[in-house]
Design a protein. Structure first.
Length: 261
């Protein structure tokens, strides 16, 4: 049996449990969603049928066309008949169903990202557009460093406690290998600042973004305390530690049908 990096059921539970209080911690998702809408607005063409793929709340506004959400769990305000609960790497839609697929934040912890991208291309109509924004690259490098160094010092080894990230240099290549035309990728670097490591953990939990690694182990209390001290030692003079977030923006077009010679 293939070992998958992420626990899909835990991922689903984290997303659902975060739903009630997500509005108070959804600032990062709001940024992803707003950027997607702005980029789509610069394209001079209508999109009649749209798939809003994953994410904790809707990205694409309902309009005259069909807007379908494929999400990990139903939120409390989902319009009836518009939500399909599905994983991104197993889309239950017919071929060539949509003119546009958008995904805000939902590709960071997909078990089979290349397969998910192939599936997105499959459900797009010829010359349909895929646009996504998700966390990757060097995101949370400060947290990763503190946990690794603390665990190495106290246990003599280090486990994985944060998800592996897609590098910006890989993103456009992944779209090309999935069969998209004119794939592009760019990076938006954001710096958040926290007074403590525990404040960062609180925000990650409220976003439904705590670790969902399949091969994970609980952090020992002494390791956590040591990591928190290391995090505090990295603080600016005002006592807050900068935390790096890299947002990857990708886009690609489904190939047009070839006309007979």
């Amino acid at each position: 049996m293939l070992d998958l990096p992420f626990d899909a059921m835990l991922r689903r539970r984290r997303h659902i449990s975060a739903t009630p209080g997500f509005a108070a911690a959804g600032f990062l998702h709001d940024r992803l969603a707003e950027d997607l809408r702005e980029r789509a607005a610069m394209i001079a063409r209508p999109f009649a049928d749209v798939l809003d793929l994953g994410g904790p709340r809707p990205v694409w506004p309902a309009g005259d066309g069909l807007v379908v959400r494929a999400a990990l769990g139903a939120g409390p305000t989902e319009p009836a008949g518009r939500l399909v609960v599905a994983d991104e790497d197993g889309l239950p839609f017919a071929d060539a169903s949509f003119d546009l697929v958008v995904a805000a934040g939902s590709l960071t912890t997909v078990n089979d990202l290349p397969g998910a991208l192939v599936g997105v291309r499959r459900v797009l109509r010829p010359d349909g557009l895929f646009m996504a924004s998700f966390v990757g690259g060097l995101s949370l490098v400060e947290l990763r460093t503190c946990l690794l160094e603390a665990e190495a010092e106290l246990t003599g080894g280090a486990g994985r406690h944060t998800a592996p990230m897609v590098e910006a240099a890989q993103a456009a290549g992944l779209l090309a290998r999935a069969g998209f035309s004119m794939p592009v990728a760019d990076v938006d670097r954001v710096t958040l600042r926290y007074a403590s490591l525990f404040g960062l953990f609180d925000d990650l939990a409220a976003m439904g973004a705590r670790s969902v690694l399949a091969d994970r182990r609980p952090l020992r209390r002494d390791v956590l305390i040591n990591a928190a001290a290391r995090f505090a030692a990295m603080a600016d003079p005002d006592g807050k530690t900068p935390v790096t977030i890299e947002i990857l923006h990708v886009a690609g077009w489904a190939p047009m049908l070839k006309r007979p010679a």
